[in-house]
Design a protein around this ligand. Sequence first.
Ligand SMILES: [Zn+2]
Length: 189
Amino acid sequence: MAQTQQDVLNASKEQCIFCKIISGDISAAKIYEDDKVFAFLDINPVNAGHTLVVPKDHYIVLPQLPDDLAMHLIKVVKYLSGAIFEMTGAHGINIYQNNGAAAGQEVPHVHFHIIPRRQDDNAMSPWNRSKIDPEQLKQIAEEMGKNLKPISSSTVKLSSNTSVSKKTSKPKRKGKPVKVKRRNSTNSP
Ligand SMILES: [Zn+2]
């Protein structure tokens, strides 16, 4: 029998450490809760005050969220990022949201990181950014734009390339991947 989207969600929910934190089966340093969203301190913080914000319902990646939940979640992230700025006296804040193991997602439950930063704390590695020909940039934008459908309230199906398990084999790509020349960079993201 083919696995439905719901089967995938149910299976990953049973193993989910964030669902166990939300239900109280695993304790966590909670800093905020409402009927849809839960926020707690990361147990391996980049800096003190590093907070995780999660929807109470189990979804694996951001594109799966219903729009109303996504909007509320972002609203809470915005509110908490302002509060954390004040509470920690941070000079800056990073908001990180990783989708899929390839992007660094470790827990298969949608979450935002709010990370307070200090000037020159060197707490996170700089991005490895690239140079690209302006013509190529234009072509990529046209190609991507052509494939964009109007925003609707429907949720997006997980692509077979999306995985939060590091054991899976290399994802297969459809079509030609976009190639850009890499260069070493010491610039901050
Ligand atoms: Zn979960």
